[in-house]
Design a binder for this molecule. Structure first.
Ligand SMILES: [Zn+2]
Length: 319
């Protein structure tokens, strides 16, 4: 049985979906698991597979598959967060779609990405649709934070749990696509194929080198505020996420490097890591990791990063 063979990882989920496509699908699914492991992508392929058997074998570019991917298919509705939340008006559209009869397919399919960002009103609206599911409707909720969904919503969905993809699998997958830095990129991707593809791009890889240099600068208490200025000057949330991710990977390396050099992510910096790590006890580096993780969590909230980032870098540089 071919189960989306062009994708990697989460084989059991893919097999389950292909079995479902051959039988009758449920009314509601929860695709839950870490970010960047392909949940949303597989939800779209699932919808494509309901319309076109070809989509199970390989990425398909027939008219129906193209429309589904672009969000223009009359029977497949993609609901993505506008800004930071999925608002009531959007969820009301969902309920309206519940009244629709499919035009081209056997089902009306709603894919709700980042379902944990539904506002309270939107959640209540979705719950009504799940409580009395019209027979022609399939809802797919996608989330990396299922704990933020209402228990009453969770209990009405069939849950498919996604896992991180092993680094070795990502590395081989990148090699097949001609990536020259496959080993290093796979380690940085930390189990997330979508991240691997992003970091494998030449420009992004150059950025990583730059962020790594600046992170080492902070670790050596060398002008941390100047580093914060350079990042904030970009005025771009993705830059912040990327920089903090690289910073976190370096801080983890500084915590574990002296004990387990083979376990470090940024192996091209092994010499620097050993040298800088020796300047502090390991638990201090580990504490720094927690502060960086906290700041990464705050990126989804309205916290003012022009204050938070310099404060974080100052603390990291001096403790
Ligand atoms: Zn197709």
């Amino acid at each position: 049985m071919n189960c989306f063979p062009d994708l990697i990882g989460n084989l059991r989920v893919r097999e389950h979906i292909v079995r479902t496509l051959c039988q009758h699908p449920s009314h509601a699914y929860l695709f839950a698991g870490p970010e960047g492991v392909g949940k949303y992508h597989l939800a779209v392929r699932f919808a494509q597979g309901l319309a076109c058997p070809q989509a199970i074998e390989q990425p398909c570019s027939c008219q129906s598959c193209r429309q589904i991917a672009a969000g223009t298919h009359p029977d497949v509705h993609l609901l993505l967060p506008q800004g930071d939340t999925v608002k009531l008006e959007e969820a009301k559209r969902l309920r309206d779609w519940g009244q629709f009869q499919p035009l081209a397919l056997r089902w009306v399919i709603n894919i709700i990405d980042q379902a944990d960002r539904l506002t309270a009103e939107a959640s209540a609206s979705l719950l009504k649709l799940l409580e009395e599911p019209p027979p022609q409707v399939i809802n797919i909720l996608v989330t990396s934070r299922p704990q933020f969904l209402l228990p009453t919503i969770l209990s009405r969905c069939q849950r498919l749990s996604f896992q991180s993809v092993p680094t070795g699998q990502i590395e081989q997958w990148l090699r097949r696509q001609g990536c020259t830095e496959a080993e290093a990129v796979a380690r940085i991707a930390a189990g997330r194929p979508a991240e691997a593809l992003r970091w494998a791009e030449k420009d992004q890889w150059k950025k990583r080198q730059r962020y790594l240099e600046w992170s080492l600068q902070v670790a050596s208490d060398n002008s941390p505020l100047a580093v914060a200025d350079k990042i904030l000057k970009e005025k771009d949330k993705q830059t912040l996420v990327d920089f903090l991710s690289v910073l976190l990977s370096l801080w983890r390396d500084l915590a574990v490097g002296p004990f387990d050099l083979a376990g470090v992510v940024n192996r091209d910096q092994a010499t620097n890591i050993i040298q800088v790590a020796a300047g502090r006890p390991s638990y201090r580096w580990a504490e720094g990791c927690l502060s960086i993780e906290e700041t990464l969590e705050l990126l989804g909230t309205p916290v003012n990063m022009t204050l938070r980032l310099p404060a974080l870098l100052l603390v990291l540089a001096q403790t």
